[in-house]
Design a protein around this ligand. Structure first.
Ligand SMILES: NC(=O)C1=CN([C@@H]2O[C@H](COP(=O)(O)OP(=O)(O)OC[C@H]3O[C@@H](n4cnc5c(N)ncnc54)[C@H](O)[C@@H]3O)[C@@H](O)[C@H]2O)C=CC1
Ligand SMILES: O=C(O)C(=O)COP(=O)(O)O
Length: 525
């Protein structure tokens, strides 16, 4: 029987034809409700979606025959990749298919805001001839600040240079050499870049460090009369606040392509004449759609045939798939990457990954890629060979290497990273394969980190744990785990504390005043 593929959003006919030509049965069923989709998914071997289909854990679990989920486009935030990983379902995308289209639409919005094209068009269609009302501003000689200098941000930078703009970027994970080669000045200080920009365009993925990056405080710091464009994801900003600043004309105009709860028929921007809004059409060009349809057809085919899927976002389907030992370590590797960057306060420049015990002889690509994602706080790094991973790291100014050792201490397998002067190792444990930290900064511990934690190091003295508990208790913050470790010579101690919520700067200050601290690190995973 031929494999069956369900397509739930509009995909270019060229992509569908490529799948049919390979003998698959392809069903295109648009606008299905979540419950209908769950009811029928069990019949299919593969599912192809774009951004509007909610591929959650329940759907993946209902897909009893599902082997591949293909995303015809870039961003997979509508797909539960962790659940897919656990179910051995391949998730893949077409990561470069719509970059040019997204960059061009960004410029369509920048120009529409600067020259008020939609408003002038509407006025003429209403039978008016009001030239003076539509006086605009030039891009030439103005400063454009890009947030995120990745694939789309880089393509916008190239186009902005052609308009004679001065281009700045905020992207702490970008290799300065990449910025220089794009003619962009990196300014990784939010206040400094915000106050210089005449135009701001956002090209960030949604991560814990970018969510809600723009709210009232940031909008207030912008120049009066700034033009603000977001074609990335809605979660990056507070839309109500953006609308307030646009209504007050502090922001002269905004261009927005992405909304919460799409399709969106009503938002705070809908009633504002100086807000140019488009219904998530950045990727919607003939060319990008053909590219994404044809690419995803290829990758879904590869997945169904059991071949390597070059853009697999899951351990299954990727270069490292040969081992079931590897998959449970993917979240641990990501966690180590995140922790190291947060402990250092910046992306480390020299990183050594050690695969220990049972992992020593296996292909490290997936784990090294996952460490990189954690280090760079990015969601979708795609490397199918170590060479690609090294090149990707190099683009971000990181020199990454990997080695193996049979020794894993008391554990069957583990992974260690040494980044500049910081060393952390981890294993996975229990039926849920939860990542655990087994050593940190030369202290042996055994903790499963939760979303928020604190790491204290201090000259050992009695009473410190009591102080930590009291300060957190005074601020209504629960402790779920507290573990103490002593240095080999007994003079110093480290306390690892999992806490119930994020700890503010003020509380950190309080700790510094109350304890003779060597270090205090705040981790958010
Ligand atoms: N509206 C649409 O149809 C489309 C939207 N997109 C969206 O555009 C955005 C950018 O996509 P790509 O360029 O492909 O992503 P990318 O992953 O190539 O680039 C993202 C950049 O953001 C940087 N970054 C990560 N965390 C940061 C932080 N805290 N502060 C500053 N910079 C940070 C990374 O270093 C990277 O350079 C994504 O949100 C994507 O979902 C992409 C294509 C189409
Ligand atoms: O690829 C992306 O990130 C997009 O946002 C494009 O979404 P779409 O494929 O047009 O539903």
């Amino acid at each position: 029987m031929p494999a069956k593929i369900l397509v739930t959003e509009v995909i270019a006919p060229e992509g569908l034809a490529a799948l049919e030509a390979r003998g698959y049965e392809v069903d295109v069923k648009l606008n299905l409700s979540d419950s209908t989709l769950r009811a029928i998914i069990g019949d299919y071997d593969a599912l192809i979606v774009r951004s509007a289909t909610n591929v959650d854990k329940a759907l993946l679990e209902a897909g009893k025959n599902l082997k591949v989920v293909g995303r015809a486009g870039v961003t997979c935030d509508n797909i539960d990749i962790e659940a897919a990983n656990a179910l051995d379902i391949i998730v893949c995308n077409a990561p470069t298919s719509n970059i040019v289209s997204a960059a061009e639409h960004t410029f369509a919005l920048i120009l529409a805001c600067a020259r008020r094209v939609p408003q002038a068009n509407q006025s003429m269609h209403a039978g008016n001839w009001n030239r003076e009302q539509f006086k605009g501003v030039e891009l030439y000689g103005k400063t454009l600040a890009l947030f995120g200098l990745g694939r789309v941000g880089g393509a916008v930078a190239e186009r902005a240079t052609a308009f004679g703009m001065r281009v700045l970027a905020y992207d702490p994970y970008c290799n300065p050499e990449r910025a220089t080669s794009l003619g962009v000045k990196l300014i990784n200080d939010l206040d400094v870049i915000l106050e210089q920009a005449d135009f701001i365009s956002v090209h960030l993925p949604v991560t814990s460090t970018t969510e809600n990056m723009f709210g009232p405080e940031e909008f207030a710091k912008m120049k009066t009369g700034v033009i603000f464009v977001n074609t990335s994801r809605p979660a990056i900003l507070d839309l109500n606040s953006l609308a307030d600043f646009v209504a007050a004309r502090k922001i002269a105009s905004c261009g927005v392509d992405v909304f919460d709860d799409e399709p969106c028929y009503n938002s705070p921007l809908h009633s504002l004449p100086n807000a140019i809004i488009t219904p998530h059409i950045s990727a919607l060009t003939e060319e990008a759609q053909v590219r994404s349809g044809v690419q995803i057809a290829d990758y879904v085919w590869a997945g169904l045939e059991g071949s390597l899927v070059p853009t697999a976002l899951t351990a299954t389907g990727s270069a490292g798939e040969m081992s079931r030992h590897i998959a449970p370590f993917v979240p641990a590797a990501n966690m180590l990457g995140r922790m190291v960057s947060q402990i250092k306060g910046s992306v480390p420049r020299i990183v050594k990954v050690k695969m220990m015990g049972n992992l020593a002889e296996l292909d490290p690509t997936v784990l090294v890629t996952s460490v990189l994602e954690g280090l760079l706080s990015s969601n979708y790094t795609q490397c199918s060979t170590m060479l690609e991973a090294k090149r990707y790291a190099e683009r971000h100014g990181v020199d990454i290497d990997c080695s193996g050792t049979d020794v894993a201490g008391e554990y069957a397998a583990g992974i260690e990273i040494v980044a500049d002067d910081i060393c952390i190792s981890s294993t996975v444990f229990g039926s849920e394969k939860l990542p655990r930290i087994t050593s940190i900064l030369d202290y042996k511990i055994d903790v499963a980190p939760t979303k928020h934690s604190l790491i204290f190091e201090y000259e050992d003295m009695p009473g410190v744990c009591g102080i930590i508990g009291t300060v957190l208790g005074n601020h209504g913050i629960n402790i779920s785990t507290m573990q103490i470790a002593n240095s080999d010579d007994g003079t110093k101690a480290l306390v690892y504390v999992n806490v119930g919520k994020e700890v503010s700067d003020e509380i950190i200050e309080e700790f510094h005043e109350a304890i003779n601290l060597k270090y205090l690190f705040r981790i958010s995973l």
